[in-house]
Design a protein around this ligand. Structure first.
Ligand code: ZN
Length: 506
């Protein structure tokens, strides 16, 4: 599961006691002989391979991830699935990009200012730039409206424009100001920021972007770069204390006149392309084969950090091997003449830990029409026991089942009568600060109004740590939880009507 970077500062909500309305529905008993072929020993065998040290933590774009993709492909083939990525392929390839700063400096008044200490720029939006002797003008808050123009009497053509930081400025407002500066002919814009010490704490994270798709719109295409500079840099540029310029500045007062110089500005970055893939196998349905049920998990993890392999046995080796075992079980049913009515797509994605990128790529470039995709049952971490269930480990968290369809929970609960887990719904509370519903791949499907369930065991001390290893997995629980997903998939794939989409909950 993806790490929550910015934790919402909300009160931890109390657990929601969900009254389980007993909707009597027939459990998918015909599935039982095949569900029972999902066995702890087989899950263990696969997981000791997927989470072995030689998979190197399966980081997106690294050799370990490619090796894991190969292993999953082999298992899908061996089970008897058909290639599911289109054109007879097992893998849906995609490219990601990552930018690394090579060098950035500003020089003025004989001083060289450092990136990450005196100034910074958002690297993904930044373009390579090289300026020598360049004039600088101060344009206050940079407001341009029908009644007021910060640029009154200022010639910004081919200059660097320095703007004061607006208190509590919204992103949209900032864009308008940058557009206005570009329209006045500015080469680039410096915004004086009072937050440089805060920025500095981000350290090396300023010098390398996350992975991103090439077709993600950059937000700043209308101006070369925007730099945030400290008041000290502004003082050096204008040859007087910046405080004296900013003092008494109001959005609609005349801007105090100030001109200055930089002697140099350099910004250079390297962009590398990173190749990755989702692995898809399909079991075509019978009379409803043009409708698709997805079973998903992410096979990537976070790689090697400081020489240590982060094996990701639970996250999400457990989901990956459950998907493999389900493919095997459904193929056994198919060979016995009990194949599903709807097609089942078994998809393991990569890029999850980098921001749900593989699932986003799939839903942006679907192989099967999203309009005919009836559900995504997503498994992300089902092999461990969290602290809240130390005494009674017979549980799984069910997340998102009631958000889009009123029919999915009854299906899931009927399936569970054959398994007997305690279904814990506490994380369905929209006020829960963990926001798990938004943190794994199912959410990309939910955004397209496709009903989903996210199966999850909760976090534990080894979560995203180097000791999330296969020896710590509870294989009996992994087996039980995988069987629950299997029974639920069976019913969703075989029931007469496709799941209704009749709700829209956050
Ligand atoms: Zn994770």
């Amino acid at each position: 599961m993806k790490k929550l970077v910015f934790m919402a500062c909300l009160m931890a909500g109390g657990t929601v006691a969900c009254a389980q309305v007993a909707t009597k529905r027939s459990a998918p008993r015909a599935a039982a002989p095949y569900a029972k072929t999902i066995k702890a020993a087989d899950l263990k065998k696969h997981l000791y391979i997927i989470a072995a040290d030689d998979m190197e933590g399966r980081e997106t774009g690294k050799p370990g991830q490619y090796k894991a993709a190969q292993y999953i492909t082999e298992q899908f083939k061996r089970a008897g699935l058909q290639p599911g990525a289109g054109n007879g392929e097992w893998e849906q390839p995609f490219s990601l990009y990552q930018d690394t700063l090579v060098n950035a400096t500003i020089t003025a008044a004989g001083k060289t200012f450092e990136f990450g200490k005196d100034f910074y720029t958002g690297l993904r939006d930044a373009k390579n730039l090289e300026l020598q002797q360049t004039g600088v003008v101060f344009a206050g808050y940079g407001n341009v409206s029908e009644t007021f123009n910060s640029y009154e009497g200022i010639d910004a053509t081919d200059k660097v424009v320095v703007l004061a930081e607006t208190p509590r400025q919204g992103a949209g407002e900032q864009k308008d100001k940058l557009r206005a500066a570009a329209a006045k002919g500015a080469r680039t814009v410096f915004i004086v920021s009072s937050n440089m010490p805060g920025i500095t704490r981000a350290g090396s994270r300023l010098r390398r972007t996350g992975l991103y798709f090439g077709d993600m719109a950059t937000t700043m295409e209308f101006i070369p770069n925007v730099y945030f500079i400290s008041p000290d840099v502004a003082s050096a540029i204008f040859g007087k204390p910046y405080a004296s310029l900013a003092e008494g500045l109001k959005p609609d007062n005349p801007v105090p006149s100030a001109t200055g110089q930089i002697t140099g500005l350099t910004c250079r970055k390297d962009v590398v392309e990173i190749k990755s893939s989702n692995v898809l196998g399909i079991l075509p349905g019978t009379d409803k084969k043009d409708e698709y049920v997805f079973v998903t998990a992410h096979y990537d993890h976070i790689g090697i950090i400081n020489g240590e392999v982060y094996n990701g046995a639970d996250d999400d080796g457990s989901g990956t091997v459950a998907v493999i075992a389900m493919a095997e079980a459904f193929m056994k049913a198919k060979k016995a003449g009990k194949g599903p009515r709807r097609s089942i797509v078994f998809m393991t994605v990569s890029g999850e830990e980098k921001g749900l990128l593989g699932s986003r790529y799939y839903t942006d470039h679907p192989v099967y029409p999203l309009a005919n995709t009836v559900a995504d049952l997503n498994i992300d971490m089902i092999g461990r026991i969290d602290a809240d269930h130390a005494k009674d480990s017979n549980y799984v968290y069910i997340i998102g089942d009631n958000k889009l369809s009123s029919e999915l929970r009854p299906v899931s609960e009927a399936a569970n009568t054959l398994v007997g887990l305690k279904l814990d719904y506490r994380y369905n509370d929209p006020n829960d600060p963990n926001r798990f519903y938004y943190r794994s791949d199912h959410y990309m499907f939910a955004q397209h109004k496709i009903p989903i369930i996210f199966y999850f065991n909760g976090v534990h001390p080894d979560y995203h740590g180097p000791h999330d290893t296969p020896d710590k997995i509870s294989y009996p629980m992994l087996e039980k939880r995988a069987r629950l997903v299997f029974y639920t998939t069976w019913e969703v794939a075989n029931r007469e009507g496709r799941l209704k989409v009749d709700r829209n909950e956050k």
